[in-house]
Write a protein that binds this ligand. Structure first.
Ligand code: SF4
Length: 425
């Protein structure tokens, strides 16, 4: 059967993980689609290039562009194809957006020109979208739950979907050689008020089963990859249902099984950003276990701020002492430690700012490096509309000096510029 429709994933450097997971989900229903949908991948910067676009479309009469937008995307228009492009002449075109950058701003994207915005977990939605354009299973976007659509200039939600069971989906695609992080845990029991994770992935935590994780590792290896990175909101939480208490035997089963499926020269990366470790979970035994199996000799610890009163206000659920203790343990075990800190958080008083600064220097004294972030209000969180604190010029200069000396890393400067741009626009 000829492929009369096409889904084209628009790739960026930020959406590699989402594209891999969506492609993996589609790979498992190719039999059902019976060759009716061509799946293509196009770096978003080639969207305006006719030759590349024609190649991606093939002979499809209906084309759906799928854009997974990261939190820091700045121009949704870059993901919209020009309908006047010769490559699109005579074809029916749809634009669908999803991902963390889309999920909480659906109206904005619909007004920008997208036909539908996915506000649910993508694994099942992408299958229904393929059934829609390939098999005609649905009459219109309205019939597919989990989407925002526009009707008479108003945005409507088509209805909630059940939470996906991660173990029913693989996080990568061998067929199309799309490999990102292997997501082993989704959702979070904590409620940090700046974070989208517990708001988007409601209802607690889900884990990918060991069977599927090991199978994914084998997919990586068969696909020519000899290193894997694991993704979890807290690197020590796999298999544990008790806050702050790692389940060492579950963690060991996970990591040793992955190792067993990797070649001897393979790399297993875990416990680094964004799969940081919550400080109150750090124990000597847990760190030794990590060291035994992972290839990285650096870890990331989420501190976020160095003021205990601000930690309470942002509902982090740990103290500054937890972080200092965690840094000490990791350093004593010979690991390089990166401590995540967010600057410019709302509700921060001048004295809390000073405490945070002192804390930062304490981290340096212990031999840690600070991974500095500038607070960005994220849609859907309790801080979405709360004014952020400005990073004063003097403090920015101080961060730059520390950065030049290697004591600070991170995207704090780009994030500050993005925040400024967003306030202006
Ligand atoms: S910042 Fe980390 S620990 Fe806090 S809610 Fe988000 S994912 Fe959970």
């Amino acid at each position: 059967m000829s492929e009369r429709s096409a889904i084209i994933f628009l790739e960026t450097e930020y959406n590699r993980n989402s594209v891999a997971a969506l492609a993996g989900s589609l790979e498992d229903i190719l039999g059902e689609l019976s060759g009716t949908v061509k799946i293509s991948f196009l770096p978003v910067e080639y969207l305006g290039e006719d030759i590349r676009l024609t190649e991606a479309i093939g002979d499809a009469g209906t084309v759906m562009f799928a854009a997974s937008l990261g939190i820091l995307y700045d121009n949704p228009g870059a993901f919209l194809a020009d309908p006047k492009s010769p490559a699109l002449e005579g074809r029916r075109i749809y634009h669908v957006a999803g991902g963390p950058g889309a999920v909480n701003a659906p109206e904005l994207l619909l007004y920008a020109g997208f036909d539908a915005v996915c506000a649910s977990e993508g694994e099942e939605v992408i299958r229904d979208l393929a059934r829609f354009i390939g098999l005609g299973r649905f009459r219109r976007f309205w019939d597919i739950p989990g989407l925002w659509v526009m009707e008479r200039k108003n945005a409507y939600f088509t209805g909630r979907r059940p939470r996906v069971d991660l173990s029913n989906y693989r996080p990568c695609s061998r067929r199309w050689r799309k490999f990102g992080f292997i997501e082993i845990v989704r959702g979070c029991l904590n409620g940090c008020i700046f974070c989208q994770t517990p708001r988007f992935f409601r209802g607690g935590v889900r884990e990918r089963s060991l069977r599927v994780v090991y199978g994914s590792v084998r997919d990586f290896v068969k696909g020519g990859r000899d290193h894997v990175r694991l993704l979890a909101p807290n690197a020590l939480s796999y298999g544990s249902h008790l806050r702050g208490q790692p389940n060492l035997s579950a963690l060991e089963r996970l990591l040793s099984g992955i190792r067993a499926n990797l070649p001897d020269t393979g790399m297993l990366i875990y416990g680094t950003f964004p799969s940081e470790i919550r400080p109150e979970w750090v124990t000597v035994d847990a760190v030794r276990l990590l060291k035994k199996y992972v290839s990285n000799r650096k870890v990331a610890i989420g501190a976020q701020t160095g003021s205990d009163t601000l930690l309470k206000k942002i509902r982090r659920g740990h103290t500054t002492n937890d972080t200092l203790r965690a840094v000490r343990i990791c350093r004593e075990e010979g690991l390089k430690v990166f401590v995540d800190m967010i600057f410019g958080l709302p509700h921060e008083t001048p004295s809390e700012f000073e405490e945070s600064k002192r804390f930062m220097y304490e981290i340096f004294r212990l031999g840690g490096v600070v991974n500095a972030h500038t607070f960005i209000p994220l849609p859907g969180t309790p801080l979405a509309n709360v004014p952020a604190q400005k990073l004063r010029a003097r403090f920015r200069r101080e961060l730059s000096t520390l950065e030049a000396g290697g004591q600070i890393i991170g995207n704090w400067r780009d994030q500050a510029a993005f925040r400024k741009w967003r306030v202006k626009s």
